[in-house]
Design a protein around this ligand. Structure first.
Ligand SMILES: O=C(O)CCC(=O)C(=O)O
Length: 360
């Protein structure tokens, strides 16, 4: 029997009967991809198709934070499975390979951070939910696209996606002291995913085996598609707490026993490839990455592989937003980026009109 109490996995899934609403992008363009096991029949160079992107505002040298490793980009650039962001973006630093974790120092200015914090403070904060057994006690606002046009352009440039409609409406979250977002992924399960039925210790936890034929949960029922990457930006500096931690690095391997990053295969939460039992509380202190909230700092991670490889979720990037200590609030802006332009969203991700009149 699955031990629900031990699970802290973000399902990002809400049954339609519980008020789940849909938000379709204007002029949705259905994305058609081959239906093959794990979508492995690669579309002719979809990943490297020519894209017209705005150039970054400045092309100054990178600002390196010595508190984190500054890794060469070769492995990331050579890996075919993940979206390619703009690696010449000012302030960009690769701090971890496989999974690839990037920071961008001073991605938002102090003024932009203050104005986004003000939106969260003056707007109507709504409770946020994680789904399933995920504990999420923060609250937030969701901006309509027209109130953050400059930020969306910046985010499109950094993330390198060809279509602005791949950017979900920008969210701003506020954590009061003690508030958390427990272990979760920003990826989406499929309609048939065991996790959507509460069967959590299963071979195909996220339904990636059926993703090529059944697509995601009806919220996004396009075969092979998923959330490609997340870029979140800390809007204030939090001292000694409020970290974002990636504790599962190394846990999700390929089913052939090799690396997920050579041969991505669906997450098996029933047993590990060496036959040992899956452990939801797994946390490899030595391997885990912890990032301290610093005003203006952006963090990028890739929660699934590209649709031409089946949109399989990467269980190594399950992550936790830890609580700020007494006397401090934590503010974060989150940009989720989908692999296609047509999607629906859970209620806490839909804008209810402008949050405020400030246009950023
Ligand atoms: O608040 C954080 O530290 C991370 C935010 C996050 O994990 C999310 O919104 O998915």
């Amino acid at each position: 029997m699955p031990k629900l109490s031990f699970i802290s996995v973000f399902l990002y899934f809400v049954p339609e009967t519980s008020g789940f609403s849909r938000l379709a992008a204007p002029n949705p363009t259905p994305c058609r991809l081959p239906h093959s096991p794990y979508g492995r029949a690669r579309l002719a160079d979809a990943a490297t198709a020519t894209r017209t992107l705005p150039t970054p505002a400045t092309t100054t040298h990178r600002t390196i934070n010595p508190a984190y490793p500054d890794l060469p980009l070769d492995k990331y650039l050579a890996n075919p499975y993940f979206a390619k962001i703009r690696t010449d973006y000012p302030g960009l630093q690769l701090i971890h390979e496989e999974p690839f974790l990037f920071l961008v120092h001073d991605f938002l200015t102090a003024d932009e951070c203050a104005r986004l914090r003000r939106k969260a403070d003056t707007g109507t904060l709504r409770p946020q939910f994680g789904g399933g057994a995920v504990e999420r006690t923060s609250s937030g606002v969701v901006c309509v696209n027209d109130e953050v046009p400059t930020l969306r352009t910046k985010l499109q440039t950094l993330t390198g996606v060809s279509d602005m409609a791949q950017l979900q409406p920008l969210k701003i979250s506020k954590y009061r002291p003690g508030q958390v977002f427990s272990k979760h992924t920003d990826a989406w399960p499929t309609e048939e995913a065991p996790v959507t039925r509460g069967w959590v210790q299963e071979r195909d936890f996220f339904g990636d085996e059926s993703r090529p034929t059944r697509g995601c949960y009806p919220a996004r029922n396009q075969p092979n598609h998923n959330t490609l990457l997340t870029c979140f930006v800390y809007l204030n500096t939090v001292h000694g707490s409020g970290y974002t931690t990636f504790p599962n690095i190394g846990l999700h391997q390929s089913r052939d026993g090799g690396s997920f990053y050579r041969n991505p295969t669906p997450l098996d939460t029933h047993a590990r490839v060496d036959g040992s039992a899956w452990d939801w509380e797994y946390r490899d202190e030595a391997a885990s990455v912890q990032i301290a909230p610093t005003q203006g700092l952006a963090v990028l991670h890739f929660c699934s592989v590209l649709p031409e490889y089946g949109g399989i979720c990467d269980g190594n990037v399950l992550h936790v937003a830890e609580a700020p200590l007494e006397g401090q609030d934590k503010y974060v802006a989150q940009q989720f980026v989908a692999s296609c332009t047509e999607w629906s969203l859970p209620d806490d991700s839909i804008p209810y009109g402008r949050v405020s009149w400030d246009t950023i």
